[in-house]
Ligand binder design. Sequence first.
Ligand code: GLA
Length: 367
Amino acid sequence: MARTSRIKHYHAPGRVNLIGEHTDYNGGFVMPIAIAMGTDIRASEVKKPVLHLTSAQYPGEMIFPLEAIPSMKKTGAWVDYVLGVAKEVAALGVELRPMKLEVSSTVPTGSGLSSSAALEVSSALALLDGWELTKLDLAKLCQRAERNFVGMPCGIMDQYASVHGEEHKAILLDCRSNTHQLVPIPAGAEVVVSNTMVKHELGSSAYRERVAQCAEALSHFPGRQALRDVTLGELERAAAGIAEIPLARARHVILEDLRVENFLTAAQQGDLETMGRLMVESHRSLQHDYEVSCEELDSMVDAALTIEGVYGSRMTGGGFGGCTVSLVAPEAVERFEKELAAKYEAKHGLHPAIYRCTPSAGARRVA
Ligand code: GLA
């Protein structure tokens, strides 16, 4: 009797970061939520020894002989995220099996909502095919895929959030110990994400540059592992010897870690005003000290802050385009959507997509 090939279905969410930006690769703190938008993969067996990839978002079929994968070079296309994961899976000693993966994603690419992490994590679940890894090892495998194969020296936040997401909860992640605590979002506010609909090209080179500038600032503090270990007082005392740009980058990182801590306390106390104020401070710091914002993100945040019922707003993710995240009183959300869209469109001629995001469950096998 012919063996019927069963389709296995996996889902991994994107994420939006509430606060703690560009702190993960400095050993610091972040507070993302996993979102309902994500990547779905339907995996089925194939006869030939290949990995067969299709995407609902990109045309064409890509077929890679399994034996070629461990030594492949990146292609520059979306499949790199899958191939990078396949290489890391093979490096664990797990045999890659002949498979067709049909990929479909609802996370807008280039939006700062981690479409890449969602693709990596869903691919890892499919390619591991029953091999049990801890959640942390799964997130780390996907991070290695992005760093080693795609070539982006990212931190752990995106993959960690995609794997560990929980309904109704934000994730306060300590990026040194790689452990987290779940944080309820106080009633009385919704998380609203607004897409500038732009993505400036310099994003990945600027990211690399920021990583290097943080390392330069850290080199003034021998014996410290990461900027997370440097206090504001220490930075101020050493300031005269540090060049202006690395100094500003370090100031952002150190203050952003403190903001995450204060944001946590405010969230635990249901203090939405303070949470909102910290989000705005975070944005200003990313705008002026870290210099990863852009005109569109700044004017979207500025527009949000003029709307009644908005506690706070900031850019989210790596920057240079993508989305803002705002904390908005539930009864004000509809008005927020209309007014923000009108103001942004009047200025930039682009209609922003706006998403109400509820914290969602992490990556899983669906069927
Ligand atoms: C990208 C990276 C993350 C993190 C953010 C900025 O999303 O993948 O690791 O550094 O930028 O906070």
